[in-house]
Design a protein around this ligand. Structure first.
Ligand code: SF4
Length: 217
C-alpha cells in the first residue's frame, strides 16, 4: 500500500467527520494545508459571502497561507489582530471587535474521537469567538490534534501545547525552563480559560476543516 500513514489517518478522520456532523458541525476534508486553503476559498467563503473577517491565534491557520490572503484581499474587511505594528491597546480593541465579525478563523488545541473541541486560552478572545459572537467560525484541525477522550485532550494541552506555546511566545513562565506545567501564578500565564465545545449551536455555525497532515502543535 502506498502512503500507509496517510491512509491510516484518512480512515480515522472519516470516522471523526461523522461524529462531528452528528454534533452539528459542518465538516470539510483536506489533504494538506494548501488544500485546506482551497476548500475555504472555493467552497466555504463563496457560500457565506462574509463582509468582515478576523482570526484567533493558530499556527495551523497561519500555515495554510490564508491569513495573508484574507489580510491583503480587497474583498473583505479584515480585523487584523495579528498586526505586529499596532499597540497592545489597539490589539485589545480589535480582539473585542472581532467577536462580531461575519467569519472568524482559528484552530483547536485538541479534538476528541467523540468530536468535541477542547481549547485553553490566555486572554479568552479565541475561545470566546468559538463560543458566541461571530456569525460563522472556521476551525482548522490537523490530524495530530486527535486524541481519544477529554482527559487525553486536557493532558495534551497542559503537558505539551501550553509549555511549547509559552516558549514560542517567550512568555517567561516556569514551564519554559522545566518543560512541564508548574500550575504557575505568573502574570504571563497562558492557561486561563478552558472551553469544551461538544456541539455546534446553531447547527453548522462552526465549520471544521479536517486536514490529513501534521500541522502546528
Ligand atoms: S499554567 Fe503556567 S507553567 Fe503551566 S503550562 Fe500554563 S503557563 Fe506554563
Amino acid at each position: 500500500m502506498d502512503k500507509p500513514i496517510d491512509n491510516f489517518w484518512d480512515l480515522n478522520l472519516r470516522e471523526l467527520k461523522q461524529k462531528l456532523q452528528d454534533n452539528g458541525f459542518e465538516v470539510h476534508m483536506a489533504e494538506s494545508a494548501e488544500a485546506a486553503k482551497d476548500v475555504v476559498l472555493n467552497d466555504i467563503l463563496p457560500e457565506l459571502k462574509p463582509k468582515t473577517v478576523s482570526w484567533g491565534g493558530s499556527l495551523t491557520l497561519a500555515d495554510t497561507g490564508l491569513y495573508e490572503y484574507l489580510r491583503d484581499s480587497d474583498e473583505y474587511e479584515s480585523l487584523d489582530t495579528w498586526d505586529k505594528n499596532i499597540s497592545n491597546e489597539e490589539k485589545h480593541e480589535l480582539r473585542r471587535q472581532a467577536l462580531l465579525v461575519d467569519c472568524f478563523f482559528t484552530g483547536t488545541n485538541a479534538i476528541t474521537e467523540d468530536g468535541h473541541l477542547v481549547n485553553l486560552d490566555m486572554i479568552g478572545n479565541r475561545v470566546g469567538a468559538i463560543t458566541f459572537g461571530p456569525k460563522n467560525v472556521i476551525i482548522f484541525v490537523s490530524r495530530n490534534k486527535l486524541v481519544p477522550d477529554l482527559q487525553r485532550a486536557m493532558d495534551r494541552i497542559k503537558e505539551f501545547v501550553a509549555p511549547v506555546n509559552s516558549m514560542r511566545l517567550d512568555m517567561q513562565t516556569p514551564c519554559i525552563k522545566t518543560g512541564y506545567c508548574m500550575d504557575c501564578d505568573s502574570p504571563k500565564r497562558i492557561c486561563n480559560v478552558w472551553t469544551i465545545t461538544e456541539k455546534s449551536f446553531p447547527k453548522g455555525r462552526i465549520k471544521v476543516v479536517l486536514i490529513n497532515d501534521d500541522m502546528g502543535f
